[in-house]
Write a protein that binds this ligand. Structure first.
Ligand code: FAD
Ligand code: DHB
Length: 389
């Protein structure tokens, strides 16, 4: 088989890149090692920046998000038992949309099927060849048979644990990493959200987040130990702990119910530089991870593939490699801004094991400053709603 761009991974990065390329007549094949159902079963991001929404619109995959997504003009930050509102619209003129990553993935998969573009699910043992030479190729196994795809370029959109970044010789890649000593325990429940807007909570017992997927479906998270096993957390334990961390009003009005999904996510900051190795380009979680506190992971995956699709389309339309040469620096400039914001939000709102009493008071002082200074609130809002591309 031959294609122009072989895309590894059918997460949001791979699927969006596939549609952006398809729209401009660039042929591509996606290889995904899981089944479509498995990919759709992963509950992850919920907050969509306008830039990400615009890209979905460009590929005709925004209709359901526009009708079912929830537009949020602001968010609430809770500490010391009181909530404070950050008004995105007043401070920046922009808003975010709350719409699940699962739904975005489903919408992009449907578009891809309608377009007749090829996605090979359950492609195992994916391996990359000669991306630093003249004949890049990707091999995989499917139904017990070995296959090979010849291509001009390979897009590594296969997430943090994928094969693409791991195929690059260690000496060619520089990575920067912080692993946080806690995780997020998240549950999804068929209950109305406790508040119309998201509530980010800093509490002595640990961080909590009240989010949602629809007016009848809630998504809640609490900071937990990385040693915790999800089996240890019954639904009752989860709700009790969440209530302890909320303000009185939220704790007394929250509607609880059985969880329909429950999982623990570790928190990590990670950047691999550069994001290009010959004809292999990394995008999304394959190149970088942010802790989820700033809601930036999916949005960064979208901005990477925006830059990459522009560069690839430019190459095929004008035979100019200039934009491809600039891809890594362009994407990384935005990545580091999101890394800073996500690290800062994480440090501001979590109980940091080993923090001294002074450091704990500084966290509160920083929060007080944040909600009382218009400049500080605006800085948060500008980063949260999304920096320009
Ligand atoms: P992935 O979604 O990881 O997709 C990679 C794909 O590649 C997967 O389908 C995988 O199966 C496949 N793959 C892996 N290895 C191989 C292989 N060897 N061969 C073939 N295929 C392979 N981000 C936000 O922007 N906003 C939020 O509110 C937010 N909340 C989050 C909450 C949680 C609890 C978590 C865990 C994450 C959150 N994120 C959020 C982050 C966001 O989910 C990720 O950044 C996003 O999924 C990245 O997309 P991706 O396509 O780069 O990678
Ligand atoms: C959600 C996840 C996040 O990481 C975040 O910062 C806000 C919302 C969510 O899953 O809804």
């Amino acid at each position: 088989m031959r294609t122009q761009v072989a895309i590894i991974g059918a997460g949001p990065a791979g699927l969006l890149l596939g549609q952006l390329l398809h729209k401009h007549g660039v042929d591509n094949v996606i290889l995904e090692n899981r089944s479509a159902e498995y990919v759709l079963g992963r509950i992850r991001a919920g907050v969509i920046e306008q830039g990400t929404a615009d890209l979905l619109d460009q590929v005709g995959a925004a209709a359901r998000m526009q009708s079912e997504g929830l537009v949020h003009d602001g968010t609430e930050i809770c500490f010391g038992g009181a909530r404070h509102r950050i008004d995105f619209r007043a401070l920046t003129g922009k808003v975010v949309t709350v719409y699940g990553q699962t739904e975005i993935t489903r919408d992009l998969m449907e578009k891809r099927t309608v377009a007749g573009a090829k996605t090979i699910y359950e492609a195992t043992d994916v391996s990359l060849y000669d991306f630093d030479g003249a004949k890049p190729r990707v091999r995989y196994r499917k139904d017990g048979k070995q296959h090979e795809i010849e291509c001009d370029f390979i897009a590594g959109c296969d997430g943090y644990h994928g094969v693409s970044r791991q195929s690059v010789p260690a000496k060619s890649i520089q990575s920067y990493e912080r692993v946080y000593p806690f995780g997020w325990l998240g549950i999804l429940s068929e209950t109305p959200p406790v508040s119309e807007e998201l509530i980010y909570v800093r509490h002595e017992r640990g961080f909590a987040l009240c989010s949602m997927r629809s007016p009848t479906r809630s998504r809640y998270y609490i900071q937990c130990s990385i040693e915790d096993d999800v089996e240890q957390w019954s639904d009752d334990c989860f709700w009790d702990e969440l209530k302890r961390r909320l303000d009185e009003e939220a704790a007394s009005t929250i509607v609880t119910g059985p969880s329909i999904e429950k999982s623990i996510a570790p928190l990590r900051s990670f950047v691999a530089e550069p994001m290009r190795f010959g004809s292999l380009f990394l995008a999304g979680d394959a190149a970088h991870i942010v802790p989820p506190t700033g809601a930036k992971g999916l949005n960064l995956a979208a901005s990477d593939v925006h830059y990459l699709s522009e560069a690839l389309v430019d190459f095929y339309q004008s035979r100019s490699a200039g934009a491809l040469d600039r891809y890594s620096a362009r994407a990384l400039a935005r990545v580091w801004k999101a890394e800073r914001f996500s690290w800062w939000m994480t440090s501001l709102l979590h109980r940091l094991p080993g923090a001294s009493p002074f450091e704990e008071r500084m966290q509160l002082a920083e929060l007080e400053y944040l909600v009382s200074s218009e400049a500080a609130s605006r800085a948060l809002a500008e980063n949260y709603v999304g920096l320009p591309y």
